[in-house]
Design a protein around this ligand. Structure first.
Ligand code: GDP
Length: 138
């Protein structure tokens, strides 16, 4: 078993899609072993997306992530990182496969409903940014 970090983004919480997205996650066999609804601060969003800070959409991304509540989660599965990336679908929903979260729910490349870690190393860093070990119950 391994873990990945997930965010249900503001475009999805705004449309009351938390439960529908969790149903896709659980239906694919991933377990939600920690979950909290928060309002992300600007500092948290800038730190979280620091790797993108030179990209032209960085300001828009931080504004979007802090605009409404998000749900931060830890997911557990065999090979959790690639398992979740597969059910999330491509970054741009126009390219996302049928049945993926982004194909089902995303509005556009910026408002794409979910985040999922892209490596085990980043998953550990991202989980530690939002959860302590005692808040994760597998
Ligand atoms: P992910 O790992 O599939 O989320 O994709 P990336 O790590 O490449 O990008 C992180 C996030 O930045 C994406 O999920 C989008 O919310 C946002 N993003 C990426 N590319 C674009 C873009 O071209 N325009 C805008 N507005 N947002 C983007």
């Amino acid at each position: 078993m391994s873990r990945t970090f997930s965010i249900i983004k503001p475009d999805a919480t705004r449309r009351n899609l938390t439960g529908k997205i969790n149903a896709v996650i659980e239906g694919a066999g991933l377990r939600i072993v920690a979950q909290r609804r928060i309002r992300m601060t600007r500092e948290q969003a800038e730190a979280f997306y620091g790797v993108h800070k030179e990209r032209p959409f960085f300001g828009e991304l931080v504004a979007q992530m802090t605009s409404e509540p998000v749900v931060v989660q830890v997911l557990e599965a065999d090979n959790a990182v690639p398992a979740y990336r597969e059910i999330m679908g491509a970054t741009n929903p126009e390219n996302a496969a049928e049945g993926t979260i982004r194909k089902l729910f995303a509005l556009n490349v910026g408002e794409n409903s979910v985040h999922g870690s892209d490596s085990d190393e980043n998953a550990a860093i991202e989980i530690a940014q939002f959860f302590s070990d005692d808040q994760i119950v597998g």
